[in-house]
Ligand binder design. Structure first.
Ligand code: APR
Length: 241
């Protein structure tokens, strides 16, 4: 474990230009959105791995949609927190997120790679038509105009990540001077594996040790909203000097 002061010192030393911010559910925890794993990570006794799969949807689309509508409501009512807003102050940072909540973009981030899709998009399982659907549905499960079921526009366990998103994320992480890893348990592949592509300074912000802590140069045991603003200040300060 390292201190915030050590991380700030390391940033001042290298003056990073190319910054990538890799995030997971923990970056949105302080916006009131529960993480998947750890305390409060369950919904009605189900784990994400039980619901976020093509099999679960085929078996019980109503149950899966009830879970998504619960999360969609939380996300609609949530606001970006100090961590999302701090990341957005980095004018040319690339955000690579596993989150489907859209809070980085709502917080002002300009370049966001959504590895796992978006919960405010839906797609027809038959005709493939995709559209935005921010508001709650009148009845569940929702249907397309063609009569078939709609599904959330997210990537489920066992499905491919959008190839362009994965390729671009890998490229940006490989070439970054500084990688911030914020609020992820680091156990879901292939997203978590992207961190291993980075060879320079990497700093994790997570109140708990994660599967990625030892792969990072420094691991700060703090919450996203506590530590991210000071880290971003240090990055920007180096640019003014
Ligand atoms: N600030 C920073 N980190 C936090 C905070 C906080 N306030 N609160 C919790 N955390 C950390 C936890 O310690 C944990 O390591 O956030 C992490 C959340 O881990 P997960 O719930 O596993 O979320 P994530 O890593 O994003 O999961 C990956 O799994 O279910 C799938 O597709 C889903 O994208 C998701 C993927």
């Amino acid at each position: 474990m390292s201190t915030l002061a050590e991380a700030i010192e390391a940033i001042r030393r290298i003056r990073p230009r190319r910054v990538v911010v890799f995030t997971g559910a923990g970056v949105s925890a302080e916006s009131g959105i529960p993480t998947f794993r750890g305390a409060g990570g369950l919904w009605r006794d189900f784990r994400a791995e039980d619901l976020a799969t093509p099999d679960a949807f085929a078996r019980d689309p109503l149950l899966v949609w009830q879970w998504y509508e619960w999360r969609r409501t939380l996300i609609r009512d949530a606001q970006p927190n100090a961590a999302h807003r701090a990341v957005a102050r980095l004018p040319d940072a690339v955000v690579v997120t596993q989150n489907v909540d859209g809070l980085h973009a709502r917080g002002g981030a300009r370049d966001v790679i959504e590895l796992h899709g978006s919960i405010v998009r839906v797609r027809c399982v038959r005709c493939g038509r995709e559209r935005e659907a921010f508001e709650a549905f009148e009845s569940l499960p929702p249907h397309c105009e063609c009569g078939a079921l709609l599904r959330p526009g997210v990537v489920w366990f066992g499905e491919m990540l959008p190839p362009y998103a994965l390729e671009r994320a890998a490229e940006e992480i490989r070439n970054a001077d500084l990688l911030l890893v914020i609020g992820t348990s680091g156990v879901v592949q292939p997203a978590a594996g992207l961190v291993a592509l980075h060879r320079r300074l990497s700093i994790e912000i997570n109140p708990e040790a994660s599967a990625l802590s030892s792969a990072c140069t420094l691991a700060i045991p703090a919450t996203a909203a506590e530590a991210t603003p000071a880290i971003v200040d240090a990055i920007l300060e180096g640019r003014d000097a």
